[in-house]
Write a protein of this length. Structure first.
Length: 716
């Protein structure tokens, strides 16, 4: 089976790693975001800040935001009665480990084959092949249960030893511990800690402070393969290291040579010795070791003999992959290739479209059926439906085939979506007991690829199967989505009809005890439009019953089922009901009075300006003109008559010009006076502006008077 690992490290803020099958379908996926740092697996030098006897636990300061939670069962017995806060004590970091020797036999060994997880790797659903495989698995499981190499067997010793003491008797405040994070912070809960350090490699797990607890993963079902791996581990731990540390063979060790396992163990030993040196030089609380990044971690966990190539987008990620593969699996360095195409790598292989489907609750099956995944607060319910599946001869065969397809898809979706906690599977009812047994065993085999711990029950009489899955990290939806602002996570909102009647009933409840004149309702556009179009009669009924005016307004910030009500009384109508843009700009009567008085003053000024012009203009030019004309022309009678006629014409022209000038100046004066604030009664005389004196035309009478002597001089 040709598989590939795709690494998208084009954007350092978010790195994505996916493992694809031969059809480019997602088998497993990992995310890493710079905004959400993970501390699980990190090692810290911590100091106990509080011992809580009621919880039989301690709270430690490890340098994070919240205090870590350390149960008494997770405290190593070497820390008992060690009240010294010195960090260099031998019980804090244990002993230094030695690397194993690689012999020529290890180099000559060739990898063997194994039939592990053939059912999970197969594409088609062959019922007869599944029945045969189930019978073989039943016998192998009996051998596994009888074996002493159970991985979970070592976890009971510390619990029995802790029963002899209480935490307040052997642990004190201020004590320094080397701890490792086992669970991330969640909500108000701090991170969970343990003093039993474990370093995971590709093929084995090193526990440097847990002696004499070697083991093999239960998922390795082949009896001969388990015996071979047991001999390899025994050869590795023949040294004095077995007195202080332990090794557990992982599932990936099946089928791999002794050389591969020894190289992985050597890498972990060097890593532990480095952690030990850093711890001896550090002062609590401080950070000591960080778990491998997402790229190295996924290669370590996802890479197997079925993976033919690793495509990496991003030069830095490519270089780190080459270095890691050279240290752990040097024979597979050639499988790492750098992706340099302009098309994004996830788009090239159709991964983006598959990720979009992870947000949908419905997943379709090949035969026409489908499953519905519904995560809740208490559990995750998965319903199996037959849909359009009608290819089988009878209902029993159709139900069995659909259930087997659903079991395979459920195992895949649980890995991809990170569904954890209690899972309740509602399969299609099966009447035959053998078919029910086949479904149970097939489901267990399909979950064989999962890294999380799985516990399953038997099918109930109602077709329900309960199972639990270990929480390794937050689910896909928790990491990539937020709560809906409209429904608050319910997934449903009120219908328009129900929401409209709720608004009207709320209005009645708010106004039945008081006397109001206007009620304003602010709501979403859909609710307001529905009320105006379909609930006119109810609105008029409320208006008549309570003698109010009910107005509806659209609030753009309101959600589909939210609204607000404003109640206005008569005394407050002018202040609160009238919008600001409709209110009069001038509300103070003193301002209006000042404007009227200023207009009256401008009229008076204009009238006073007219009076001296009407009296002086016709007389002064006539007297000067007549005196000049009589003194210079006493002997001529014709010149006097001509001058009198010209003076009469000049008087009429002066009157018309003064009238037009007064008309033009009056509105300008009004506008200037209205724009200026009201002045006091004292008036200060102003000098005339030069511009206005220059622009005023010269009196025509005076000009004619000047011309008359010239004309007379010419005649004389």
């Amino acid at each position: 089976m040709k598989e590939k690992i795709i690494i998208d490290a084009n954007f350092p803020t978010e790195i994505r790693v996916a493992r694809l099958d031969k059809h480019n379908n997602i088998e497993d996926i990992e995310f890493s975001s710079s905004n959400k740092t993970q501390v699980k697996g990190n090692i810290y030098l911590a100091k106990i800040t509080r011992v809580e006897p009621s919880l039989q636990a301690a709270f430690v300061d490890y340098g994070g935001g919240k205090s870590g939670f350390l149960p008494f069962s997770e405290i190593h017995s070497d820390y008992y009665h060690s009240f010294s806060t010195e960090k260099k004590s031998s019980n804090l970091v244990g002993e230094e480990l030695k690397s194993p020797e690689i012999t020529s036999e290890d180099l000559a060994e060739k990898p063997g084959g194994t039939k592990f997880n053939e059912l999970a790797d197969s594409d088609a659903i062959d019922i007869k092949a599944i029945e045969k495989m189930v019978d073989e698995k039943l016998q192998s499981d009996i051998n596994i249960e009888a074996s002493e190499d159970d991985v979970d067997a070592f976890s009971n010793d510390s619990a029995e030893q802790n029963k002899q003491y209480k935490i307040q008797e052997v642990i004190r405040k201020g004590q320094v511990l080397l701890v490792q994070v086992t669970k991330e912070e969640r909500g108000n809960k701090g991170a969970s800690m343990t003093t039993y350090i474990s370093l995971a490699g590709k093929y084995c797990v090193l526990m440097p402070n847990k002696p004499s607890h070697n083991g093999i993963s239960r998922k390795v079902s082949n009896r001969d393969e388990r015996r071979r791996i047991k001999n390899v581990i025994s050869s590795i731990t023949e040294l004095e290291d077995s007195k202080t540390s332990s090794v557990i063979a992982r599932t990936a060790a099946a089928g791999h040579t002794t050389l591969d396992i020894k190289r992985d163990y050597d890498y972990l030993v060097k890593l532990w010795n480095k952690i030990r040196e850093i711890t001896l030089k550090s002062q609590a609380p401080c950070f000591v070791h960080q778990e491998d990044g997402i790229i190295l971690k996924t290669i370590r966990d996802m890479f197997n003999r079925n993976v033919k190539e690793i495509l990496v987008q991003g030069s830095e990620a490519y270089n780190s992959c080459i270095k890691f593969m050279g240290d752990i699996m040097p024979t597979h360095v050639r499988s790492v290739k750098e992706y340099k195409n302009k098309t994004p790598i996830f788009t090239k292989f159709g991964i983006e479209d598959q990720l979009i489907k992870l947000y949908q609750p419905v997943v379709h099956l090949p035969s026409g059926g489908y499953i519905v995944i519904n995560p809740t607060e208490a559990l995750v319910s998965i319903d199996v439906n037959s849909g359009r599946a009608t290819s089988e001869r009878n209902i029993e065969e159709m139900a069995l085939k659909t259930n087997l397809e659903a079991a395979k898809e459920i195992a895949k979706q649980a890995r991809i979506r990170d569904l954890s906690g209690l899972l309740v599977l509602d399969f299609i009812d099966l009447n035959e007991a053998r078919n029910r047994k086949i479904l149970e065993r097939s489901l267990w085999e399909y979950f064989g690829k999962d890294k999380a711990r799985i516990q399953t029950s038997h099918l109930s009489a109602f077709g329900l199967l309960e199972m639990s899955r270990q929480r390794l990290r937050p689910s896909f939806l928790e990491r990539n989505s937020d709560m809906c602002s409209h429904c608050s996570g319910k997934g449903l909102v009120r219908s328009d009809d129900s929401n409209a009647m709720l608004i009207l009933r709320t209005v009645e409840n708010e106004i039945h005890n008081g006397k109001f004149d206007i009620v304003n309702v602010y709501g979403a556009a859909s609710a307001v439009i529905f009320l105006l179009n379909s609930r006119r009669e109810e609105i008029s009924f409320i208006e008549k019953k309570y003698s109010i005016k009910l107005d509806l307004f659209i609030d753009r910030d309101a959600t589909s089922d939210s609204y607000s009500i404003e109640k206005i009384k008569l005394s407050d109508k002018n202040k609160a009901d009238t919008p600001e843009e409709l209110q009069p700009i001038l509300q103070d009567t003193s301002e209006i009075y000042n404007q009227n008085s200023s207009q009256q003053k401008t009229k008076r000024k204009i009238e006073k300006a007219k009076r001296p012009q009407e009296k002086k203009k016709p007389k002064a030019p006539e007297e000067t003109a007549s005196s000049n004309s009589t003194s210079s022309n006493n002997n001529s009678n014709t010149s006097n008559t001509n001058n009198s006629n010209k003076e009469a014409e000049n008087q009429t022209q002066d009157k018309t010009q003064n009238q037009t000038q007064d008309k033009n100046e009056t509105p300008q004066a009004k506008e200037e006076q209205t724009a200026k604030p009201a002045r006091s009664k004292k008036r200060i005389p102003r000098k005339p502006r030069r511009g206005r004196e220059q622009n005023k035309p010269a009196p025509t009478v005076k000009a004619e008077a000047d011309k008359t002597p010239q004309g007379q001089d010419e005649t004389t």
